[in-house]
Design a protein around this ligand. Structure first.
Ligand SMILES: Cc1cc2nc3c(=O)[nH]c(=O)nc-3n(C[C@H](O)[C@H](O)[C@H](O)COP(=O)(O)OP(=O)(O)OC[C@H]3O[C@@H](n4cnc5c(N)ncnc54)[C@H](O)[C@@H]3O)c2cc1C
Length: 304
């Protein structure tokens, strides 16, 4: 039996699974196969099947807060961590969290446990695995500063390793993790802190976000990385592109580096808006803005 058919038969893989609910944009097509992996044993079984099959494409989806899934979906296996990988142990030293743990919860749990240093995660609606992959950051701290180690599983070979920020080459919104590498757990450095001080910091950060970001909209955070010494949002705003629209996708009036989607917008609209803004910025300033958001699947009009 084909190894993937065997994984469907034993319930490890689902066929033709919609991905839209797993992203903050709430659009995009289906994965040909979806594996929702809740423990190491299931992960081991999945990796065995992928290894036996050989040439199937794999992709990892976290909380989908930096992700644009193609309307045509993804012709491969999408992996989503659930179950055991949601766990947070804020009393442990170092603080330990599963790859699927939501960052805002990790921030709040560590503050309650009298530990400081992870408060910046409260405003970032991603997962621990996504934060490691993207070196997520804000308010003066980034994941690289507080990550002790991440456990990484190679989905092609099953090999498991523990990697530090240096091993992962974490830089501004960058890591060396490949698409077939899965972050299953991470350990974070924190310092002892009065919970009241932490609570105050959490309130300051959430207040700042309310004032500066387009809350209550479908978006995936910052669209472009900031170029050295400047801000993508400032550049886009200076070109008068706030409110600029392609179909149901538009540049936020509130923050020009956030692109918001009307309900039922296509992923293609967001893709086209990103490309159009990038080309206008390049033509006007010579700066080639690099997307921070991750595109999954195929985009373009030639096939449909
Ligand atoms: C309102 C809003 C505000 C935001 N503010 C910030 C901010 O201040 N700073 C910031 O840095 N980002 C910000 N973001 C972007 C986003 O939240 C972060 O990049 C976050 O780290 C992405 O995590 P995720 O789990 O949602 O990843 P996803 O969007 O699901 O995936 C992003 C990438 O990470 C990979 N990935 C996800 N999980 C894993 C895993 N377990 N193992 C390996 N790879 C994985 C995916 O394959 C993909 O390549 C914001 C987003 C929104 C919507």
């Amino acid at each position: 039996m084909n190894p993937l058919t065997a994984l469907v038969a034993d319930g490890t893989l689902k066929e033709s699974a919609e991905l839209s609910a797993f992203t903050t944009y709430k659009f995009g097509g289906s994965a040909r196969w979806l594996a929702e992996v809740g423990d190491d044993e299931t992960l081991h079984r999945l990796v065995g099947g992928l290894e036996a099959h050989g040439d199937v494409e794999v992709a990892v989806v976290g909380r989908g807060s930096n992700l644009v899934v193609s309307d045509r979906g993804f012709d491969g296996v999408v992996i989503r961590l659930v179950g055991d990988y949601l766990a947070i142990d804020a009393d442990a030293t170092p603080v330990t969290a599963g790859g699927a743990a939501p960052l805002p919860l990790l921030a709040r749990d560590t503050v309650k446990a009298g530990r400081g240093g992870l408060e910046f995660f409260v405003g970032i609606p991603g997962s621990v695995g996504g934060a490691v992959r993207m070196n997520a950051g804000g308010h003066g701290t980034e994941t690289a500063d507080i990550l002790v180690e991440a456990e990484v599983v190679d989905l092609r070979s099953g090999s498991r390793s523990r990697r530090s920020s240096e091993d992962l080459e974490l830089r501004y919104r960058h890591s060396n993790l490949d698409t077939h590498e899965l972050v299953t757990r991470a350990w974070f450095d924190t310092t002892a802190q009065d919970p009241e001080i932490g609570e105050r910091r959490l309130r300051e950060i959430t207040q700042w976000r309310k004032e500066h970001q387009p809350g209550g909209t479908f978006n995936a955070g910052s669209v472009f990385k900031n170029p050295p010494g400047d801000y993508a949002g400032r550049i886009i705003d200076d070109l008068g592109l706030k409110g600029f629209r392609v179909g149901g996708a538009s540049v936020s009036e509130r923050h020009a580096n956030f692109f918001v989607a009307d309900p039922a917008t296509s992923a293609q609209d967001i893709h086209d808006l990103v490309m159009e803004v990038r080309s206008r910025v390049s033509a006007a300033t010579g700066i080639d803005l690099e997307p921070e958001i991750v595109f999954l699947g195929e985009f373009g009009h030639e096939h449909g």
